[in-house]
Design a protein around this ligand. Structure first.
Ligand code: IPE
Ligand code: IPE
Ligand code: MG
Length: 247
């Protein structure tokens, strides 16, 4: 699908059908840079600008939760210089956006194996998360060193530990109990999952949570993704009939 070139305005949306939670696989930074004979890092820098646009639009139309796949458990296997550049970009982004998150009443949250992040990144991240924790507006979940399978493994470990200690009975393990032991506990499942840059795959993102999410893949590379296309995707989502297995 490609929604570029449409000129949907926020007023064209059905306000009674605004998705509560949008999750995005922000892909294509490297290809964006390659097309311009630039270093991949330049693509990541440009991609960070797209994040700001998407956050602004989400706030304008009243999205409650925005989950952004920023770095996967598999991304640690990229060349060391790219990993380091991504980490310093992440740190810079958090530091620079901290005040803006406060001004916009946005709560920042992070999901993933955060302890794997470099100490200095983890520090600014936790500081910002703590500073924004009482904000009442939109919630942003940054998926960092995040993997859906890793999340499931840590959930199983936690629940197995409780069963082992006698704190929980096997027969009381329900879907709610599973959800409550994921990194996303307390967050409703995504209504809409968007992936940019055309790859039709999940790449280990939110495996449990996207069971019934509407999926939209656009060819647009993440640094080229913008307001008009984002609104067109939400408009397309609103036209879909979500049946959840019923008739
Ligand atoms: C997404 O862009 C950003 C991260 C995965 C960190 P990529 O870096 O994967 O860009 P492509 O897929 O190589 O174009
Ligand atoms: C998924 O993109 C991870 C993020 C967007 C952070 P990748 O570029 O890592 O995924 P693959 O390699 O195309 O599956
Ligand atoms: Mg990629």
């Amino acid at each position: 699908m490609n929604f570029r070139g449409s000129s949907i305005k926020p007023v064209d949306l059905d306000l009674s059908k605004i998705p509560k939670h949008i999750a995005i696989i922000m892909d294509g930074n490297g290809r964006w840079a390659k097309k311009r004979l630039l270093n991949r890092i330049k693509g990541h820098e440009k991609g960070a600008e797209t994040v700001k646009t998407v956050v602004r639009v989400c706030q304008e139309i009243g999205i409650a939760y925005l989950t952004l796949f920023a770095f996967s458990t598999e991304n640690w296997q990229r060349p060391k210089n790219e990993v380091m550049a991504l980490m310093s970009l992440l740190k810079k982004f958090i530091v620079e956006e901290q005040q803006s998150l406060m001004d916009k009443d946005i709560l920042l949250n992070a999901i993933g194996e955060l302890e794997k992040l470099p100490q200095d990144v983890l520090e600014v991240l936790m500081k910002t998360i703590n500073r924004t924790q009482n904000n009442q507006g939109m919630q942003i979940n940054l998926a960092l060193s995040y993997g859906g399978r890793d999340e499931i493994v840590q959930m199983v470990r936690q629940i197995a530990g409780k069963v082992h200690s006698g704190a929980m009975k096997p027969e009381s393990i329900s879907m709610e109990v599973v959800s409550d032991h994921l990194y996303t506990q307390g967050i409703p499942d995504p209504d809409l999952l968007i992936r940019t840059s055309g790859e039709i795959r999940i790449s280990n993102f939110l495996l449990w949570q996207i069971a019934y999410s509407e999926i939209c893949v656009t060819e647009t590379l993440w640094p080229d993704f913008g307001e008009d296309e984002f609104l067109a995707i939400i408009k397309n989502y609103q036209a879909r009939e979500r049946r959840f297995g019923k008739v």
